[in-house]
Each structure stands twice: as C-alpha cells, then as structure tokens.
Design a protein around this ligand. Structure first.
Ligand code: ZN
Length: 299
C-alpha cells in the first residue's frame, strides 16, 4: 500500500502545472472544467477505483449559519475526511483532527467526537501514498500536524505555499501553528489556477473560504467524476441557492465565494456526471453513501 517511489514520481510529474491563459487581473474567480479534466488525465498511471468517507465528529449549528437566509433550524455539520482508492494504494483528501482541536470548534460546548472513527482517519493517513488538503483549517489539516507520526506524514503531504503561509503566520488556532522547520518537511507546491496532482486528480485554486483553499477534481476508472469543494459551502443548499454562509466568526473573500458558488451551481445543472462533495454536509454524505457515490468507511 505504501510505495514512496510511486508517490515521488507523481510529484515529479506534477511539476508540470497548467498555466492557462489567465492574465493577472482583478477579475473574480473562474475555472474551466475541461482544462481541469485535461490536467487530471495528464498524469500517467491507473485511475482510482472508488472514494470512501469517514465522519469523525459533528458540530451542531443551526442552518442559518451555513446558508444565509435559511431558518434557524437544527442542523448537523459532519466533520469528514476522504480516501481515494487506487489499485496500488490510497490518497487522502483532508486529514481530520484530534479531540483537542475539535474542542476549539465547540467554542465552549462539548460536541460529538467519535474516537474510533478518528482513529480510522489516523491509520488511513499512515497508510496513504499521498495526502492533500482542501484548506488550512484545523478540522482538515490538524490530523497531519498533530499526528504522532508527523515526521513521516509531512513529506507525503502536499500543501500549497499559501496554506503554509497561513499556518506559519495566522493559523486558525494555536494548536496548528507551524514553525519554519516543520513547514519545510511538507511537499510545498505553488500553482496559478489548475494543477495535476495524481492520476485522475487535479487541484483547482479556490481562495475565498481561506487564502489557501482549493477544490479537488477526481475521475474514477468508471468515468464517475467528483469535485471536492471543501468548505466553499457548508451545505449543498448554499450551492443550490448560490447563497453564502452567515457565520460571524469567519472572514471570507466575498467576490470569490460568490463566483465559486456560482460555478458549482452551474456544474450541478450542466454536468450530471460530476458529484459535488461538500465536506460538512451531513444530509449529502448520507445520500451519497446510499447512492454508492461514496463508500461508507475506509479500507
Ligand atoms: Zn471545515
């Protein structure tokens, strides 16, 4: 399951980043699905077979925080990580977090944390050939930074220079602050718009929720496609209605968020083969498991 040579060759090939014709202007965010597909298909190697999800914690927040204008009805925010299964190993999308980081998100309230599930995430990180992160918040990256095996996880964890910068200078919480020495242990990349990451996988620069946010495109051998949207929205209703969050404790780039929500909304209308995956949407997680779009648990 662990083939460092393979992982190294992925990274080498991934040095070829897609520099699309996108002049530096103040225009709002945009992305082109066909360019993204081309990037994902540009890397040699067998495509992945399936994707699994684990929910290791929950936050209980009324819906109005996740989707502006929604009624203040009870809502479960799942905390999740994803395992992409290749014929010869796995790639992790996001890394979970330990219970101490989880408590930060409760802001004084003890919220559900599932130690057995969190342990599965820890094991999956160790077994993975590579780890990539939608963004630099504690619930997505804490599992690498605070893992007992951090020294062996960091070199196979790809983070963007922007993610690293945030983690070194203005981390979401003190527990995930990186020193320069720790930062140097990661596989740090820089790209403009889209970048091949692994066979069938491409990264889509999507700053907004955080400066280092990215979406992750994936195509399976079956042809099924995914866009892991991270925290661009906290619930799919935000994509359906193109409405952002209403959470006073976060600061986002509003024009980028609006553009990213619009793009995802367009995908749901014009690209029925693409499953948009929202990290914290518990309703969607259950639906995707029922529809066999996501496997329930890691292997
Ligand atoms: Zn999150």
């Amino acid at each position: 399951m662990n083939d460092p040579m393979k992982a190294a060759s992925w990274f080498a090939v991934a040095l070829f980043a897609f520099a699309t014709a996108s002049p530096v202007t103040a225009q709002s965010w945009t992305a082109d699905l066909n360019t993204i597909r081309q990037a994902a298909r540009s890397m040699q190697g067998a495509l992945p077979l399936r994707v699994n999800v684990v929910k290791f914690a929950e936050s209980r927040r009324t819906k109005n925080f996740a989707v502006k204008g929604s009624p203040a009805e009870p809502s479960i925010q799942a905390r999740t990580a994803y395992q992409v299964v290749y014929p010869d190993g796995t790639v992790m999308i996001d890394a979970g977090m330990d219970q101490q980081v989880h408590r930060f998100f409760g802001r004084g309230v003890e919220e559900p944390y599932f130690p057995a599930e969190a342990h599965k995430v820890e094991l999956a990180l160790v077994a993975a050939k590579a780890i990539v992160l939608t963004h630099e918040h504690g619930d997505h990256i804490g599992g690498v930074i605070r893992h007992p095996a951090f020294p062996s996880l960091a070199p196979k964890t790809t983070i963007t220079r922007t993610q690293l910068q945030t983690l070194m200078t203005t981390p979401q919480m003190p527990e995930i602050k990186l020193t320069a020495e720790q930062g140097l242990r990661f596989n740090v990349i820089d790209y403009e718009t889209v970048r091949a990451f692994a066979p069938g996988m491409a990264l889509i620069k999507s700053s907004g929720h955080t400066p280092g946010s990215q979406m992750i495109y994936l195509v399976l051998q079956s042809g099924k496609e995914y866009v892991f949207a991270g925290d661009v929205a906290w619930h799919m209703d935000g994509v359906r209605s193109i409405r952002g969050k209403d959470a006073p404790w976060i600061t986002e780039d509003e024009p980028n968020m609006a553009a990213e929500l619009s793009w995802l909304n367009g995908l749901t209308r014009t690209e029925p083969n693409v499953a948009v995956v929202i990290s914290h949407d518990e309703d969607q997680r259950l639906q995707y498991i029922r529809d066999r779009i996501l496997g329930d648990g890691f292997e």
